[in-house]
Ligand binder design. Structure first.
Ligand SMILES: NC(=O)c1ccc[n+]([C@@H]2O[C@H](COP(=O)([O-])OP(=O)(O)OC[C@H]3O[C@@H](n4cnc5c(N)ncnc54)[C@H](OP(=O)(O)O)[C@@H]3O)[C@@H](O)[C@H]2O)c1
Length: 277
């Protein structure tokens, strides 16, 4: 059995990828804090080997070379977005985003792969990172460039926004008494579990270069996203509809992929089956 390293294997996407890979591969997860996770997941599951844990930190490079040792493929799904962590944007997020994990960590991981037997580096990215974009998306685009230029056979798999992130952000935003929103901005939320299937298929297929964009089954105006969320989560925050500036509409369109591959889980179905975090 070959070994596949999953960075970000404790995250929303990565843990779904790990479960899909386990019946077919030995799976190693790079994490800053594997011990707590180990308690939950070291036991044999219904199928597959137990997960191997590699303690490491992409921001410092600690443990990265060891994590790659003996690995044939890497799924690089680790990321660090302060805005995603806290669930809302601060003005500083529009000026800069820390590059240590997404750029420097990707560079260190690729350097370790280049000197080893890794024959597929699958990088997880975001639809639209090469079009109008903010600081975090620029880091993702830079990381894509590092992957393409690395000499390691690669795939880049881009997806639209995950349900969990929208859910977290709306949970924070609806604490305001009134929610001013450009309600017509298009959004195409995707289920991380649906996308994980696509990532696992690409691991099986091998290096595919720039893969077809992946999005959720529906492109919805932001107003409908919020309406559905409020209905399921039982909120009644008043929405103040704002006009949508053309620049913002362009960003919204750039971050959807109506002609891409589509997941099947709709926003309303995901909300109904996932409690708030
Ligand atoms: N969220 C979205 O809406 C969305 C949409 C499209 C694409 N994507 C992309 O999909 C991928 C996964 O996103 P996600 O939403 O699943 O992320 P997530 O749930 O926020 O998970 C982030 C992961 O990154 C790891 N990580 C963070 N800092 C690290 C460090 N210094 N060293 C090592 N690992 C570190 C964390 O592991 P530990 O804490 O265990 O170390 C965690 O497993 C990312 O590439 C993201 O850009 C996300």
């Amino acid at each position: 059995m070959d070994t596949v390293l999953v960075t970000g294997g404790t995250g929303h996407l990565g843990r779904e990828v790990v479960e899909l890979l386990r019946p077919l591969h030995r799976v190693r997860v790079l994490s800053r804090s594997p011990v707590a996770e180990q308690a939950d997941r070291s036991a044999d599951g219904p199928e597959g080997e137990p997960v191997e844990w590699a303690r490491g930190d992409l921001a410092t490079g600690e443990g990265v070379a060891e994590a790659v040792d003996g690995v044939s493929a890497v799924v690089h799904a680790a990321t660090f977005s302060p805005a995603a962590r806290r669930g809302y944007l601060r003005p500083s997020d529009l000026r800069s985003s820390p590059p240590e994990v997404d750029v420097e960590g990707t560079r260190a991981l690729l350097a370790a792969c280049a000197g080893s037997g890794v024959d597929h580096f699958a990088y997880v990215s975001i639809v639209g990172v090469d079009r109008p974009r903010g600081p975090y998306l620029r880091l993702k685009a830079e990381a894509e460039g590092l992957v393409r230029d690395s000499g390691v056979p690669w795939s880049v798999l881009r997806a639209t926004q995950f349900h969990w992130l929208l859910d977290r952000m709306l949970g924070r935003m609806t604490r305001l008494p009134v929610l001013p929103l450009p309600i017509r901005v298009p959004v195409q939320p995707a289920d991380a579990a649906d996308f994980a299937e696509q990532v696992a298929r690409q691991v099986a297929a091998g290096p595919g270069g720039m893969c077809r964009d992946f999005g959720g089954p529906e492109v919805l105006p932001l107003g409908a996203i919020v309406d559905q969320w409020q209905r399921v989560r039982g909120h009644r925050t008043r929405v103040l509809p704002l006009p949508t500036p053309s620049a913002l509409a362009r960003v919204g369109h750039a971050m959807t992929c109506p002609d891409g591959r589509r997941g099947t889980t709709t926003w309303s179905r995901w909300l109904a089956s996932n409690p708030p975090e």
